[in-house]
Design a protein around this ligand. Structure first.
Ligand SMILES: *[C@@H]1O[C@H](CO)[C@@H](O)[C@H](O)[C@H]1NC(C)=O
Ligand SMILES: *[C@@H]1O[C@H](CO)[C@@H](O)[C@H](O)[C@H]1NC(C)=O
Ligand SMILES: *[C@@H]1O[C@H](CO)[C@@H](O)[C@H](O)[C@H]1NC(C)=O
Ligand SMILES: *[C@@H]1O[C@H](CO)[C@@H](O)[C@H](O)[C@H]1NC(C)=O
Ligand SMILES: *[C@@H]1O[C@H](CO)[C@@H](O)[C@H](O)[C@H]1NC(C)=O
Ligand SMILES: *[C@@H]1O[C@H](CO)[C@@H](O)[C@H](O)[C@H]1NC(C)=O
Ligand SMILES: *[C@@H]1O[C@H](CO)[C@@H](O)[C@H](O)[C@H]1NC(C)=O
Length: 537
């Protein structure tokens, strides 16, 4: 980001997809005030960003096919955008909350017409299915955890803008708190449970960099949901969760009434951070025992193998999902012929002495005019060049810095291979879609590897991790028209270029395939004085 004007914060939004039988396609309205506040999960106060005074922000309680309208009031002194991480927007990339699709919400102070600026975001929840039989759970707990930097976002941004890495985080928090054995009890309680009851924990890794593993002393966890898809209900002692990922587990309070540690530790990082919270039985007594449940193997190779095996154990629950095909309508995805294979290779390099990250040799940079608007107003050639990223990468060690957009054909069934030749783990997120995560393996991908794909019950999800020197394959039908961001879920990497956009235009430009640009859409950049294109019909 060249200009200092475009100081941008994008928060990922993890919606708690809470279940329940509901009326047809209801609308849910939310009002969110975005303000600064002081946060100190690791004890060091720093300015942080709050939504309605809370960190982590409020939970959106929705189910499939809900329409969610969020009015966001930016009370900060800098532009702001919110992007959807846990909800799939259909036919509406206009409000996807990325700089390639929307103008940032300007700070209240500088908005000419109003004391506050606002934007509306309409999203459609896709999951879980409205009439699915949800596992019984007495109560739900939302757990947002992740790594934490004691430097504030302004300091972190200036490090990145100067072309350096923000380095390692300072610790891990669980719902904004960080504790060790011996921390005062009032700081630690994550959940109070009643003996005999079963609880659902929705856990999201909202960190910037670190994968984590989480586990609960003396309790097992039954996985029931992964990024909106019902899973085969396997039981785990501990689960890996990579940046940007969310899942739900059921935990039955079947132990002696007491206190038990909920343990989170970092994975695949040289320095291991461990943070605790407490699962507390009502009327329980006694302290949580200081012997913590062990993490997965620490030897790097074993650790990766362990985590890959766990990934392979995640299966789509065909019984629970059968009432409704996935949004792409490709329930029998294994029978669809692949129409395009895109290999995505991440890399890092110095460009003019500054650190950049890229995809297939292209390091994305945002333009002042959102790409979607440039395309819609017919001036894309003034803003970006299509297809700098090729499906078959050649030289990925040298990076070209430019806005990065590939064209895709509406309704193509594509296979995306994420190839990680680096020594650090990656996580990826595709907006607007869920995809079938059919394989993760060490080494390099070749077409013969397709024999090993899970073509029956891979989980339909919207993030995928890629281990060091490994690859991952996903498949999806490109049936959601729009300009969709494919990015590293690790903020440093996406900010410094490891992202691109996929332009999916329906040939008819019809309302059936894509909503019209909303009347509330803010216009910025070179399209500001251009005549409005004819709406879709
Ligand atoms: C947001 O702030 C305005 C005042 O600035 C207030 O009227 C409104 O109630 C707030 N909304 C929420 C949800 O906190
Ligand atoms: C979520 O919404 C459903 C349906 O409106 C309601 O029954 C449930 O109590 C809500 N859950 C939370 C945690 O707000
Ligand atoms: C938890 O499990 C450990 C190991 O099996 C056992 O020694 C301990 O007594 C259990 N704690 C409680 C409170 O039941
Ligand atoms: C699939 O989901 C249903 C409904 O939640 C559940 O009853 C069933 O046990 C699950 N199947 C498996 C194999 O876990
Ligand atoms: C779920 O709803 C769909 C349509 O609303 C209906 O066709 C289907 O039978 C329902 N499935 C179950 C398990 O109730
Ligand atoms: C897939 O491709 C094969 C071989 O080209 C062809 O025989 C088959 O009909 C195709 N299937 C579908 C569903 O298009
Ligand atoms: C990409 O789409 C644009 C807009 O429809 C079109 O002008 C361009 O020719 C396409 N490029 C390729 C390589 O398909």
């Amino acid at each position: 980001m060249g200009s200092s004007k475009s100081l941008m914060i994008a928060l990922a939004l993890f919606a708690g997809l809470l279940a329940g039988a509901m009326a047809e396609d209801p609308y849910l309205f939310y009002e969110w005030n975005v303000t600064y506040g002081t946060l100190y999960p690791l004890g060091v106060p720093k300015p942080g960003i709050l939504i309605n005074g809370q960190f982590p922000g409020p939970v959106i309680n929705c189910t499939s096919n809900n329409n969610i309208v969020v009015n966001v009031f930016n009370h900060l002194d800098e532009p702001f955008l919110l992007t959807w991480a846990g909800i799939q927007q259909r036919k509406n990339s206009w409000q996807d909350g990325t700089l390639g699709t929307m103008c940032p919400i300007q700070p209240g102070k500088t908005t000419p017409t109003n004391s506050r600026s606002r934007t509306k975001s309409v999203a459609t929840c896709i999951s879980p299915p409205p009439n699915s039989t949800e596992p019984p759970a007495a109560l739900e707990f939302a757990v947002v955890l992740g790594d934490w930097y004691n430097k504030d976002h302004v300091a972190l941004k200036s490090i990145l803008d100067s072309g350096r890495s923000i380095g390692r985080p300072d610790g891990i928090h669980i719902n904004g708190k960080s504790n060790h054995v011996g921390s005062p009890p009032w700081r630690r309680t994550l959940a109070t449970v009643e003996a005999g009851k079963t609880y659902r924990f929705r856990v999201c890794n909202a960190g910037l960099r670190l994968s984590v593993n989480f586990r609960i002393q003396n309790h097992t966890m039954k996985l029931v949901e992964l990024e909106g898809s019902h899973t085969v209900q396997n039981v785990y002692d501990s689960l890996d969760l990579h940046v940007g990922q969310c899942l739900s587990v059921l935990v039955t309070a079947d132990q002696k009434p007491s206190n038990y540690y909920f343990v989170v530790s970092s994975r695949f990082s040289k320095q291991v951070f461990t943070t605790l919270a407490v699962l507390s039985y009502k009327d329980g007594f006694g302290h949580a025992e200081s012997t913590l449940p062990s993490p997965p193997p620490e030897n790097e190779q074993k650790s990766i193998a362990w985590s890959m095996n766990q990934f392979r154990s995640f299966r789509w629950n065909l019984t629970a999902s059968a009432a409704r095909p996935n949004p792409q309508g490709s329930y029998h995805y294994g029978k669809i012929n692949i129409t395009r294979t895109i290999r995505v290779v991440n890399s890092r390099a110095q460009v003019n002495g500054k650190l950049r990250f890229g995809i297939n040799g292209v390091s994305h940079v945002d333009s002042e005019t959102p790409l979607k608007l440039a395309e819609y107003y017919g001036v894309s050639n003034k803003v970006f060049t299509y297809d700098l990223v090729k499906d078959e990468p050649t030289n990925v060690d040298k990076l070209v810095v430019a806005p990065s957009v590939i064209n895709a054909t509406f309704r193509n069934f594509v296979e995306i291979i994420f190839e990680n030749r680096e020594k650090t783990i990656q996580t990826w997120h595709l907006d607007g879609y869920s995809f079938f995560a059919v394989a993760i393996e060490p080494g390099r991908w070749t077409p013969e590897k397709r024999k090993n794909y899970n073509l029956l019950d891979a989980v339909s999800r919207h993030t995928i991790q890629v281990y060091p020197n490994s690859w991952a394959a996903v498949m999806t039908t490109l049936d959601n028209a729009g300009m969709w961001n494919l990015r590293s879920d690790m903020l440093e990497r996406s900010y410094l270029g490891q992202q691109m956009y996929v332009s999916v235009l329906s040939p008819e430009l019809s309302l059936r395939d894509e909503y019209n640009m909303p009347p509330t859409q803010q216009i910025c950049g070179i399209v500001q004085n251009l005549p409005m294109p004819a709406p879709y019909s």
